[in-house]
Design a protein around this ligand. Structure first.
Ligand SMILES: Cc1cc2nc3c(=O)[nH]c(=O)nc-3n(C[C@H](O)[C@H](O)[C@H](O)COP(=O)(O)O)c2cc1C
Length: 217
């Protein structure tokens, strides 16, 4: 890592190619991530648009092992409750293989979360007493794309929210600045690649939507 020019790293990935090959990377190596790189991906977050250009975001990068363990223990508990119905459904014979793999990756992340070298929280100002997660998602997406550009693995998680204030207090966040997302970040064990997504032709309409095409959910 030491002979890599961190300032140049990621600067040459074409924007659209980077977008098309950013997927949830949940299998991470425990090796540390240089602070300069954490700063670099978070800087990408600060270029996101926001209502009235209020830039409501703050980022907290948790790297100390005991602090990561505290958070991981709670994440695991919340995740168990969240994933239980999907796990049960996945036992069925007709369960789609793609979805089964997705669940396996999410389970892996939950079981190994304490090993992820960086747990990056994105928090933001409430407005009129309401949490404004949607105001943070452009920032979060920029961070995920910047991770892709520099070769870091990352994914977007929210289940820690089940612990409400406990984790926020642990992070020193005041009530007016709740965390909305946690991004476990580290060097990927796997590779970036095109994720499976619907074709644009299934979702794009010109002038008028056609309700006939909707698949029942
Ligand atoms: C709002 C939101 C919340 C999410 N929360 C979690 C989470 O708590 N845990 C998790 O493992 N993945 C979480 N994800 C990641 C999705 O599961 C992932 O983006 C999706 O499965 C697609 O994965 P892929 O990019 O590898 O195809 C979340 C994604 C979004 C957009």
């Amino acid at each position: 890592m030491h002979d890599i020019d961190l300032e140049r790293l990621g600067e040459e990935v074409p924007l659209l190619e980077g977008i098309r090959t950013t997927r949830a990377i949940r299998r991470l190596r425990p090796d540390p991530v240089p602070e300069a790189l954490i700063r670099k991906v978070c800087e990408a977050g600060t270029f996101a648009p926001s209502g009235g250009n209020r830039q409501p975001w703050y980022m907290i990068a948790v790297t100390e092992p005991e602090r990561r363990a505290f958070i991981a223990e709670r994440y695991r508990r919340a995740f168990e409750l969240y994933i239980a119905p999907a796990r049960k459904a996945a036992e069925g014979p007709d369960f789609p293989e793609e979805r089964r793999r997705n669940i396996a990756a999410a389970v892996h992340l939950a079981e190994h979360l304490h090993e992820a070298p960086v747990l990056l929280f994105v928090a933001g100002w409430t407005r009129r007493g309401q949490e404004q997660s949607q105001a943070l998602f452009p920032c979060i997406m920029n961070i995920l794309l910047a991770c892709r550009a520099v070769g870091l693995g990352a994914s977007l998680t929210t289940v820690h929210r089940a612990f409400g204030r406990e984790i926020d207090q642990y992070l020193g966040l005041p009530e007016k600045i709740p965390s909305s997302a946690m991004l476990p970040i580290g060097w990927p064990r796997g590779r970036y690649g095109r994720p499976r997504r619907k074709s644009v032709d299934e979702v794009l309409f010109f002038e008028r939507f056609d309700p006939e095409v909707i698949e029942p959910r």
